[in-house]
Design a protein around this ligand. Structure first.
Ligand SMILES: [Zn+2]
Length: 338
């Protein structure tokens, strides 16, 4: 199955953003949103132009109660053509749940499979060694074969709170293991915000040159205020896919402790505003951006962390800069917008 021919990803946008509020975002929240609220937000994200929306996770409800409604949410979610709705899967049982929902005609069309770059984080986050998780992933990819678009995620790819620096060769080997398992989209995760623009550019350049057939995705957290700088470096290194969350919400599950402080994703509204002002087309309706932030703030009952929501959209974006494409992939030669 491929959706590539009808995907919004190919509608002329320079970059493809995945809105992660409803999964990576919410898993950090102590409270729970109603299924209705989640469905309304996810549909709003798709309506404003996102080509990929992280919808839910088939995780163990005992550990991550926020997603106990995964199947119910997917059943209620209106579908929009060309949009990938992603569900994360931690184990074979999760893929079986995803398959059951797909069989019933209400499933996700993209699932993600997770590996940690370090053994210590793997044991902590997945309760499994890396070797065991790789066996698991091969079984999951094989079980899912052909039913979903598969996205692999290597978390702690740029550094680990337990093991420190991570061997770049091992991360690239993980990309190769995903590819060998038939997973052709791979996200490199800066899970606790330890990457720098230089390490981000170096790893993505290495990945693109070693595995040109695998689509690289940047999944960074803004733990130390470096998220946007790292994304600009990734863009220059030829990355076209970026994960982000409204209001910069997100992080690791509230019941799985590692790292601390601000753990959120790169803030969607700040990233979209920057890209559009640079002349990098996101496909997102910027006119709907601030209302979406308001809806997210209303759902969570607090003010979120983004800057653009407080300062306003960049007034220069209406006369966006002609985009350059240093990495070759995004930003074709485009004249300034009218
Ligand atoms: Zn994340």
């Amino acid at each position: 199955m491929t959706h590539d021919d009808v995907s919004r990803e190919n509608d002329g946008r320079d970059v493809v953003l995945c809105e992660c509020f409803a999964r990576d975002g919410l898993q950090h929240e102590p409270g729970q949103l109603s299924t209705d609220d989640k469905v309304a937000l996810i549909d709003r994200f798709a309506a404003m132009g996102f080509a990929r929306v992280e919808a839910t996770s088939y995780s163990n409800p005992q550990v991550v109660p926020q997603f106990a409604d995964a199947s119910d949410l997917l059943r209620r979610l209106p579908r929009r053509p060309g949009v990938f709705y992603k569900a994360t899967c931690a184990n074979l049982r999760a893929v079986e749940r995803a398959l059951a929902d797909a069989d019933a005609g209400r499933g996700a069309n993209e699932i993600s499979l997770l590996v940690s770059a370090t053994n210590s984080h793997s044991l902590k986050n997945l309760a499994r060694s890396r070797a065991d998780q790789w066996e698991n992933i091969r079984a999951m990819a094989s079980a899912a074969s052909g039913r979903f678009r598969l996205v692999g995620t290597v978390s702690m790819a740029f550094g680990c709170p337990f093991e420190g620096r991570v061997d770049v060769r091992e991360v690239l080997a993980d990309v190769g293991r995903f590819r060998d398992a038939g997973v052709l989209h791979v996200a490199l995760g800066d899970t606790t915000g330890t990457a720098t623009p230089r390490s981000a550019a170096a790893l993505f350049r290495g990945m693109r040159s070693a595995y040109p057939d695998v689509v690289p995705i940047a999944h960074f957290h803004d733990t130390r205020g470096t998220g946007i700088a790292n994304y600009m470096a990734a863009l220059d290194a030829g990355v076209r896919h970026f994960d982000c969350a409204f209001g910069g919400v997100g992080g690791h599950p509230t019941r799985v402790k590692y790292g601390g402080g601000h753990t959120g994703n790169v803030c969607t509204e700040d990233l979209v505003d920057l890209f559009e002002t640079m002349g990098v087309r996101t496909g997102i309706d910027t006119g709907a951006l601030l209302q979406a932030v308001e809806a997210c703030e209303a759902a969570l009952g607090r003010e979120l962390e983004g800057r653009v929501a407080r300062s306003g959209l960049n007034p220069l974006r209406e006369s966006a800069e002609p985009a350059e494409s240093p990495g070759g992939a995004p930003g074709s030669s485009r004249a300034a917008a009218p």
